[in-house]
Design a binder for this molecule. Sequence first.
Ligand code: ADP
Length: 184
Amino acid sequence: MTRLIFLGPPGAGKGTQAKSLADNLNIPHISTGDILRQALKDQTTLGIKAQGYMDRGELVPDKLVEDMVAERLGQPDTNSGWILDGFPRTVSQADFLNKLLQKLEQGGEKVVNLEVPDDVVVARLLERGRKDDTEEVIRRRLEVYRTETAPLIDYYRKRKQLLSVNGNQSPEEVTTELETAIGS
Ligand code: ADP
């Protein structure tokens, strides 16, 4: 049973690694960024509410993403395990997730922290050129990461759930180190 949370700054390669690992393990890859981008494209109520925040590089309000994650983790395909990518992003989301997992009787989750230096992250994001990857928005997202999300590293370290992986190497090398870290 694999239950993993991926942490790391924007541009760390979380999405790529999380997706391929989930495919290999045949478990759902749950990316809150992907779900939100789809909602935005479909112009659902959720998408319309989230749009402004995403365009500015701000976090979407906790309640919106928490409802989304509760709904997703309640689906039957999560019984075989899951990888969460992009959630939690705040201490309050992490507290919410702890309670949710308790309620769903899903435990033993580990947290992978993909470590990548700031300058590398900025260069990668500028190259990627997604709609919300303009320099100003990137700077804002990094700032939000530092103040809101980075505290989760200590949070999970204290709970002895943290595994660190060097994200500043080739994708194949990251995969190898990741597989060793999670023991698969
Ligand atoms: P990144 O490339 O920065 O890892 P994601 O694809 O995970 O980006 O998320 C894109 C945007 O979606 C974020 O900048 C944020 O506005 C919103 N978002 C995604 N996950 C969350 C979350 N857990 N809490 C709040 N906002 C979120």
